[in-house]
Write a protein that binds this ligand. Structure first.
Ligand code: KIV
Length: 263
């Protein structure tokens, strides 16, 4: 059955932990959907995981819509969330609403995510009937402003600020909140004190749900993995072995054999 934002709220109320995963293409989204992953995020992490950018900063609306459409075509049940890229919601509220609308109208997504504590913008988009997922703590789009990817909320003052942002976004009407790169104790306090379900990444175990970037989970990364990411497979090695086996078979004349030829 199709997952809706109401299901996420129900998970929280029942104390049932849930997952979200990123996907950027049709085959991956189809596998996730058929594996009963309830929420698929077309993350702007497509920038550094698929498109070869160093950061998520260069990712454009057109790139996000292109990948969102591919994911949506594959999905029958999961809730698909489109990630609003850097500078698509930063200038005016009108532009933010227009771009959020494009994710639903042109991308086919069910909801959007805003990676910043932009309370007014979140409220204005939610008021237009577009479900909004918040995202606070470490925001990779702000890598240059943070001076690198740094855990946020370590000082009392910083933690208070993030807690206030969570409360304000909850009041503004978000349906879920991603907590990234913050101490576990702060994530637990936020989770216990807001009505929207929280989804952690590098935020410890006491969130309502957890999200990972699919490339990290599958072991498709090129450098080292962040501390919070757990590769559950080593697809990079599996792919390397498969393509080298193919090359060796072709070079030796073992492929194509009779079984893989027309007669
Ligand atoms: O773009 C992304 O993959 C994300 C997740 C890390 C939450 O925003």
């Amino acid at each position: 059955m199709a997952v809706t934002i109401r299901d996420l709220r129900a998970f929280k109320e029942r104390g049932e932990r849930f997952v979200m995963l990123t996907a950027y293409d049709y085959p991956t989204a189809r596998i996730l959907d058929e594996a009963d992953i309830p929420v698929i995020l077309v993350g702007d992490s497509v920038g550094n995981n698929v498109l070869g950018y160093d950061t998520t900063v260069p990712v454009t609306m057109e790139e996000m819509l292109h990948h969102t459409r591919a994911v949506v075509r594959a999905v029958k049940n999961a809730l698909v969330v489109g990630d609003m890229p850097f500078m698509s919601f930063h200038t005016t509220i009108d532009e933010a609403i227009r771009n959020a609308g494009r994710f639903l109208k042109e991308g086919g997504a069910h909801a959007i995510k805003l990676e910043r504590p932009v309370i007014e913008v979140a409220g204005a988009i939610a008021d237009r009937g577009i479900p909004v997922m918040g995202h606070i703590g470490l925001g990779p789009q702000s890598v240059h402003a943070m001076g690198g990817y740094r855990v946020q909320g370590r000082t009392e003052e910083d933690a208070r600020k993030i807690l206030d942002e969570a409360h304000a976004l909850d009041k503004a009407g978000i349906f879920a909140l991603v907590l990234e790169g913050i101490p576990s104790s702060l994530a637990a306090t936020i989770t216990e004190s807001i009505s929207a379900p929280t989804i952690g990444i590098g935020a410890g175990p006491r969130c309502d749900g957890q999200v990972l970037v699919i490339n990290d989970l599958l072991g498709l990364g090129f450098g080292s993995y962040p501390k919070f990411a757990k590769p559950y497979a080593d697809l990079r090695s599996a792919i390397t072995q498969a393509v080298q086996a193919f090359r060796d078979d072709v070079v030796s004349g073992a492929f194509p054999d009779q079984a893989h030829s027309y007669h």
